[in-house]
Design a protein around this ligand. Structure first.
Ligand code: PBG
Length: 323
């Protein structure tokens, strides 16, 4: 009989002992900090559903990103809110756009910081869908062309990694080919590979002003019950040339973070999305739970499941605490 010889509590007695046998440790290196770039100068527009997060103009994103990098976080991911939207999202590939200008400024003023860009049409189209709409649905192949233009524009501005989040079939291959043809063979692709049609993106759509004006995203984002299909999506993106793959959201899909890491053994990112952030913040602000502990517990669980990188709105704050 194991008990009383085996007593697992022996190694939990003191903080020092617990430190010695701790299996998972968060580090600032694990994090990617998202930023929302809007038009203007010295703008900081708080997002109601995401306390502590704001849309910021280029200058303010650059100052914030400097702090992020100083806290030890290696990378940021940029989302753009253009001044003008249209049916095909032409602002997405404007070389003078908010994201493109931010990339150039960051490359100049925060050397060493890895700059990732979200590549998608939903922030740039007036209907809020992630591509070209035909007959009330997003046309896959017509959208690929636009995503390629956007990714190339980000690469020209100096992006280190482009991250397609649209969930069109074949977009990783299309972007990889175009980048290579245009001399951007060193620009990496982080694919939002297993991206689910999730209720947890709600607050983001306020932040990015990207809510669909009709219908929803279920004809392109994945159906939440499907795990095997997520594995096929990851396999396809890797075949098409993805350097890093992502599972999104993180918490309701920890099983997939685990499966993807075990099966493919490539760098895996997980997106601790807006709704996951807002839940913790809301409960914290109300005094319903200890926000700091809950945050560390959640981020640790995502890493323990197998994520090498975590995109999280908590990145800079947690990194500063970890130091
Ligand atoms: C763009 C995109 C979304 C998110 C990241 N990229 C929103 C969506 O698909 O509706 C969500 C991020 C978050 O909720 O924090 N397609």
């Amino acid at each position: 009989m194991a008990f009383p010889i085996n007593r697992p509590r022996r190694l939990r007695r003191t903080d020092t002992l617990r430190r010695m046998v701790r299996e998972t440790r968060l580090s600032p290196d694990d994090f990617i900090q998202p930023y929302f770039v809007c038009p203007g100068r010295d703008v900081r527009k708080p997002i109601g559903a995401m306390p502590g997060v704001a849309q910021m103009s280029v200058d303010n994103v650059v100052s914030a990103a400097r702090e992020t990098f100083a806290a030890g976080v290696p990378a940021v991911i940029l989302f753009g809110i253009p001044s003008r939207k249209d049916a095909t999202g032409t602002a997405a590939w404007n070389d003078q756009g908010e994201v493109q200008r931010t990339i150039r400024e960051l490359k100049e003023r925060v050397p060493g910081l890895v700059v990732i860009t979200d590549v998608c049409m939903c922030e740039y189209t007036d209907h809020g869908h992630c591509g070209v709409v035909r007959n009330q649905d997003v046309d896959n192949d017509a959208t690929l062309e636009l995503l390629v233009r956007e990714a190339l524009s980000h690469a020209r501005a100096g992006a280190d990694i482009v991250a397609p989040s649209d969930m069109m079939d074949g977009r990783v291959g299309a972007i990889r080919t175009a980048l290579d043809d245009e001399g951007f063979g060193d620009v990496a692709i982080m694919a939002y590979s297993a991206k689910f049609a999730s209720a947890f993106y709600g607050p983001f759509r306020e932040a990015a002003e990207s809510a669909p004006q009709f219908g929803d995203r279920r004809s392109y984002q994945m159906d939440p019950p499907n795990g095997d299909e997520a594995m096929r999506e990851v396999a396809l993106d890797l075949e098409e040339g993805a350097d890093l793959v992502m599972v999104k959201p993180a918490l309701p899909y920890l099983d997939l973070i685990y499966r993807v890491k075990q099966e493919f053994n490539v760098p895996v990112a997980a997106y601790n999305v807006s709704g996951e952030y807002s839940m913790i913040r809301a409960a914290g602000i109300n005094g319903w739970l200890d926000e700091e502990r809950a945050t560390l517990e959640v981020l640790t669980s995502i890493k323990r499941a197998g994520a090498d990188l975590i995109l999280t709105y908590f990145a800079t704050a947690v990194a500063q605490r970890l130091r």
